[in-house]
Design a protein around this ligand. Structure first.
Ligand code: MN
Length: 424
């Protein structure tokens, strides 16, 4: 963790300017009938989970270029995640990937307590073969033609639930790489039937207070067809399995230009929006930093979420899912968490009553202007003040760089040399 005097010192130089900016924004929002403190309190209460796999340097299928101080195991990863939360005060939990992060529950719990983090959704992994595995997933897992292979995948998912129960998680996320690479290779219908039958066994093992999140993705690693390729198939799964099954929307898992905010609205309307993997994308499942390419789209997604917030039962899970190839993953994750908060704050500023009036009057220009007014507002002073008041850093990246954390862990963690392709 980072010494508190480093954060204090970093904040000292910025606090006066922040107070002036915050007061000026407060005055501006007051003229719009918005109480800045209400927005700030909502932002302060907002958290997004960090993916454990995101604190190591990612890669493409061509190469991975590791950085200094790569985390060696889940305990190193939790140290890095602890720093992200310490400085941003926006990432109170971590989403684990099993078996990458499989360790005894007691050890995970004590490390989580040490670094001040809870455990979010568990992620199973049946898209890779593990060294001790009997049946291969080369031709699929939950939808495999072989019953023993499907059962192995079911057992793994149930093991993820059992570990999750011991560390306070309440959700399992399933993403499979199953599909086909050639027309005719697989029967779409029989393959999906096998998937549903196997996933129902996982669903039946789910505790009552748990949610099963299924994640769709249009392609990769199967390039001709994918079993859970889009939100339509994902919704069918959630409807077939039951009320504990909901859809997870990863922003990068759609074709370019797809109207993701509308998918969010549809799933929300029918109680099937389970959660998000936030990231950004230019071409495909790029796993770029959230808000780095299309912050307006992120805002539009949050506009739907804020609209739905009126229902207290509406509580989708919010997680990041990114791969950092050219930046320090801790810096990327801190900036990304802030971008998610920013979109939330901007969406909170939308005058919903005015917007609904313009919509009903078919005043397209005023409706889109009312919506965009939220996006155009620079809410940085709100985010920074929320961080500052919670003991975080006004400028997390500046404080992190001043702390020398990366150099310090690089001394302890062995250098990783260049390796082959990595997971995106
Ligand atoms: Mn994802």
């Amino acid at each position: 963790m980072i010494k508190s005097d480093i954060i204090l010192e970093s904040n000292e130089g910025a606090a006066t300017g922040l107070r002036a900016d915050y007061d000026a924004l407060g005055e501006h929002l007051d003229r719009r009938g918005i109480d800045i403190k209400v927005i700030k309190d909502k932002v302060a209460g907002y958290g997004v989970a960090i993916p454990s796999w995101g604190v190591g340097t990612g890669g493409t299928r061509f190469a991975r270029f590791p950085g200094p101080g790569e985390p060696r195991d889940i305990f190193d990863k939790l140290d890095d995640c602890g720093v992200i939360h310490q400085l941003t005060q926006a990432t109170p939990s971590v989403s684990l990937h099993i078996p990458w992060d499989a360790e005894p529950a007691a050890d995970l719990n004590s490390k989580g307590q040490e670094v001040g983090l809870a455990f979010d959704a568990m992620n199973s992994n049946t898209f890779q073969d593990q060294p001790d595995q009997v049946h291969s997933y080369k031709f699929g897992s939950l939808s495999h033609t072989d019953a023993a292979t499907r059962q192995q995948a079911v057992d793994h998912n149930i093991a993820c639930i059992e570990l999750g129960q011991k560390i306070g998680s309440q959700a399992l996320t399933i993403w499979i790489g199953d599909g086909s690479n050639f027309p005719g290779q697989a029967s779409f219908t029989r393959q999906f039937e096998r998937y549903l039958d196997a996933t129902r066994l996982v669903y039946n093992a789910l505790p009552d207070d748990w949610t099963l999140l299924t994640e769709h993705k249009m392609f990769e690693p199967a390039f001709y067809s994918t079993v859970v390729q889009d939100w339509g198939t994902n919704l069918l799964i959630a409807q077939q399995l039951g009320h504990k099954a909901k859809c997870l929307v990863d922003l990068g898992h759609h074709a370019p230009n797809v109207n993701i905010e509308m998918i969010v609205a549809r799933l929300t309307q029918f109680g099937k929006l389970g959660g998000f993997h936030f990231n950004d994308s230019k071409y495909g499942d790029d796993d770029l930093d959230t808000g780095s390419i299309d912050p307006y789209r992120l805002f539009l997604v949050f506009n739907e979420l804020v609209e739905a917030e009126a229902d207290p039962a509406f509580k989708p899970m919010h997680m990041l899912d990114q791969s950092h190839n050219v930046t320090d993953p801790i810096e990327s994750m801190m900036v990304s968490a802030t971008e998610v908060q920013r979109a939330y704050a901007q969406a909170l500023l939308v005058d919903r009553e005015a917007l609904a009036g313009y919509q009903d009057a078919n005043d397209a220009m005023m409706a889109t202007t009312a919506l965009k007014q939220g996006f155009r507002t620079d809410v940085e002073p709100i985010l920074a003040m929320a961080r500052h008041e919670a003991g975080g850093a006004i400028d997390p990246v500046a404080a992190y760089r001043a702390s020398g954390y990366r150099a310090a862990v690089a001394d302890k963690r062995p250098t990783v040399s260049g390796t082959g392709g990595g997971i995106v």
